[in-house]
Design a protein around this ligand. Structure first.
Ligand code: DCP
Ligand code: MG
Ligand code: MN
Length: 309
């Protein structure tokens, strides 16, 4: 199933997380328009992580076993109960009936469009649907940037995930092209969800390093589109080049998942902090330790991929 391959491992609770993911996307979009929206978003996000990590599917009989888990409130158990019982979530349906929510959700599915742009398209530019957006971009191309316009052109095709077998073919084509242009000069690895073993991928992520150039720490990226030929869909292709020295670390980062990377950075910063504290002996000031820890965690979550190395 789509969700499972997305995570690269089996999510036994897709029947629940599809509803909650949509709810989170709406909270992202409405932000502080709903009282406590940001707080609820964080709560649901944590809940979805827990559900994804469970080694079994939640059903009406074992629902109560969730009660003991930290971070799961009674209102969330009620939500899950409703989905299991009726196959819908009234909290979600009510939010979807709000003006502009459906439109903004579809805008966010355009590659390169995030919650802020989606909102502006609806509230500022008064656009109500993807077809209206297409018409408006014809007369006012400037309302989207170049990447977003490409995303809009291939909107339908980019919703389709790429089977592993096709990712492998794209990798082969890129390898052939690289060999033709730079014989024997580059190594490459396909990373992302493909390297995590997913059966279907959102895009193709290929990492390069020059074999001999060991000292130059420059890096470069390309975010674009490719197609194998007639009868194939257009696919998103991300290429990155790092130095030979940085390559192993880049493979680790580019393999993800994004959530794994955030956890890894938090862990690294936390343990680096512990080592420093031993070194300088802060005298067991636990309050201070906690503040330090929290501040740096926040920082780690805010780091962008390019800041990783
Ligand atoms: N990445 C990250 N933080 C982000 C985005 C990406 O650390 N905000 C890293 C981890 C990802 C990798 O880059 O695994 C590739 O990014 P993708 O967006 O291509 O995500 P995936 O390949 O993991 O999933 P998908 O199958 O949806 O492409
Ligand atoms: Mg990917
Ligand atoms: Mn990618």
């Amino acid at each position: 199933c789509r969700e499972a391959s997305r995570a690269g491992l089996l999510n036994h609770n897709v029947h629940l997380t599809v509803f909650l993911d949509e709810l989170i996307a709406i909270y992202d979009m409405l932000g502080s328009d709903i009282a406590g929206g940001r707080y609820r978003r964080a709560q649901y996000h944590r809940f979805v992580q827990i559900l994804r990590g469970l080694p079994f599917a939640i059903n009406k009989d074992n629902l109560r076993s969730l009660k003991k888990k930290r971070g799961i409130g009674s209102s969330m158990l009620k939500d899950i109960g409703e989905i299991l019982e009726y196959g819908r979530l009234s909290r979600l349906e009510a939010l979807k009936r709000r003006e502009g929510v459906e439109a903004c959700l579809s805008f966010q599915k355009v590659w390169g469009v995030g919650p802020a742009t989606a909102r502006a398209l609806f509230t500022h530019d008064k656009i109500q649907s993807i077809s209206e957006l297409r018409a408006r971009v014809r007369s006012h191309p400037g309302i989207l940037n170049e990447n977003q316009r490409v995303g809009l052109r291939y909107y339908e095709e980019f919703q389709e995930r790429i089977p592993r077998s096709e990712v492998r073919k794209i990798e082969e084509r890129v390898r052939e092209g690289t060999e033709a242009l730079y014989p024997g000069m580059f190594i490459l690895t396909t990373c992302g969800s493909y390297r995590r073993g997913a059966s279907h991928c959102g895009d193709v992520d290929i990492l390069f390093a020059p074999i001999s150039d060991a000292t130059d720490d420059k890096s470069d990226s390309y975010f674009g589109v490719c197609r194998l030929g007639d009868g194939y869909l257009h696919r998103r292709l991300d290429l990155k080049v790092y130095s030979r020295q940085q390559y192993p670390f880049a493979v680790l980062y580019f393999t993800g998942s994004d959530h794994f990377n955030r956890s890894m950075r938090c862990w690294a910063i936390k343990h680096k902090g512990e080592a420093l504290e031993k070194e300088h002996d802060y005298g067991g000031d636990s309050d201070r330790e906690e503040t330090w820890d929290r501040a740096n965690k926040k920082e780690a979550w805010a780091l962008s991929p390019s800041e990783m190395e």
